[in-house]
Design a protein around this ligand. Structure first.
Ligand code: UT7
Length: 329
């Protein structure tokens, strides 16, 4: 059988225009720039326009990734959208995106793995390409967390933002940007630490579920924090060992951007100096699954990444889920 290697053909991201700063939040609730900055590192986040939806953000990011890859949308034969804030419970946001972006009748489906969504979807795309199921897969992670944030709960709403990141996956060109491996895992016994309870079969929407605020994101921040550091470190160890690499081989860590303290703790455990870690949580907050591909697209566009460099993607989120991947740039 032909030995196909899947690689990243192009990257792109989009964040909505409206910026909400910590100073803006100070006017809305009992919080402070000082608290948000020292506890999370976040200074501002982008928020969708009133009429924008998750699929709109996904479309803009996808168009940029296609342009960057020099791939026409007609060449795409599969679309995977990672999101926890779909346009609606069904159909999938990937199907709505397929229509908006003009991809005709290709396979399209969503992945729900929260902040790990992009790496889960990337892994599926890699396998689809390598076993020749599809030739070119559009992977996009998009979220509008501002739509499910409880803007009266200062412990959660200050953390999140909206945005989308995308990548076109296909046969690696000139052995560059090859996805060497990935590691995915989950612990469903901790599902209750981070979720949005309402609107599904457990709590179908009623006046009471609305009154009880079940349609907002709920999180036990302290417990999630501790598990985040442990799980991301473990996910990094696992994928590096699968790829026969060591911590010192990593040229750039692209972590999920939930909290600067989590990123610093991870960097410390990986023995990675901070200049080898991509940080944008300061500017975007936590954009769930979109955090990793936005950071990867920024790093790609920055010109900082050189051929042959080793890039580690590492994420953690609701589920609980964890995921890591290694790309040889
Ligand atoms: O992407 C998915 C994964 N998500 C995460 O990884 C998030 C993980 N968790 C975290 O990042 C942190 O736990 C938080 C940033 C959410 C919270 O930081 P913390 O250091 O764990 O703070 P805390 O929840 O223990 O709260 C400390 C204090 C409390 O006051 P008291 O009880 O000590 O008087 C809170 O009421 O800070 C208070 N507080 C705030 N004060 C000002 C909580 N939120 C705010 C706020 N402004 N926005």
């Amino acid at each position: 059988m032909e030995n196909i290697k899947a690689g990243i053909l192009g990257t792109g991201f989009y964040v909505p225009e409206k910026i909400l700063t910590n100073a803006d939040l100070e006017k809305m609730m009992d919080t402070s720039d000082e608290w948000i900055t020292t506890r999370t590192g976040i200074k501002e986040r982008h928020i969708v326009g009133d009429k924008q939806t998750t699929s709109d953000l996904a479309m803009f990011a996808s168009q940029k990734a296609l342009k960057n890859a020099e791939v026409n949308i007609k060449e795409i034969d599969c679309i995977i959208a990672a999101t926890i804030t779909p346009d609606m419970p069904f159909p999938s946001t990937a199907c709505i995106l397929q229509d908006k972006i003009g991809a005709k009748t290709v396979c399209a489906f969503d992945v729900n793995a929260a902040c790990c969504g992009f790496i889960y979807a990337l892994t599926m795309a890699k396998n689809f390409v390598e076993n020749n199921t599809f030739k070119k897969v559009l992977v996009v992670a998009a979220d509008t967390l501002s739509r499910i944030a409880d803007w009266t709960d200062r412990a959660t709403c200050v953390l999140f933002g909206d945005g989308a990141g995308a990548a076109v996956i296909g046969r690696a060109v000139d052995d560059r940007k090859v996805i060497l491996g990935s590691y995915l895992g989950a612990d469903g016994s901790a599902w209750d630490l981070l979720n949005m309870p309402g609107g599904g079969s457990r709590f179908p929407t009623t006046h009471k579920t609305v009154d009880d605020k079940l349609h907002f994101l709920k999180m036990n921040g302290n417990s999630v924090f501790k598990l985040a550091v442990r799980s991301m470190t473990n996910a990094a160890d696992k994928v590096l060992s699968e790829c026969n690499l060591k911590n010192e081989d990593i040229d750039l860590v692209i972590p999920h951007q939930a909290n600067l303290r989590i990123i610093n703790a991870l960097a410390q455990r990986l023995n990675a100096p901070l200049e080898k870690v991509w940080v944008n949580v300061t500017r975007y907050g936590n954009v769930s699954g979109a955090s990793v591909p936005i950071a990867m697209a920024e790093a790609d566009a920055s010109g900082k990444l050189k051929d042959g460099q080793i890039v580690l993607l590492d994420a953690f989120g609701a589920g609980l889920t964890w995921a890591s991947a290694v790309i040889r740039w």
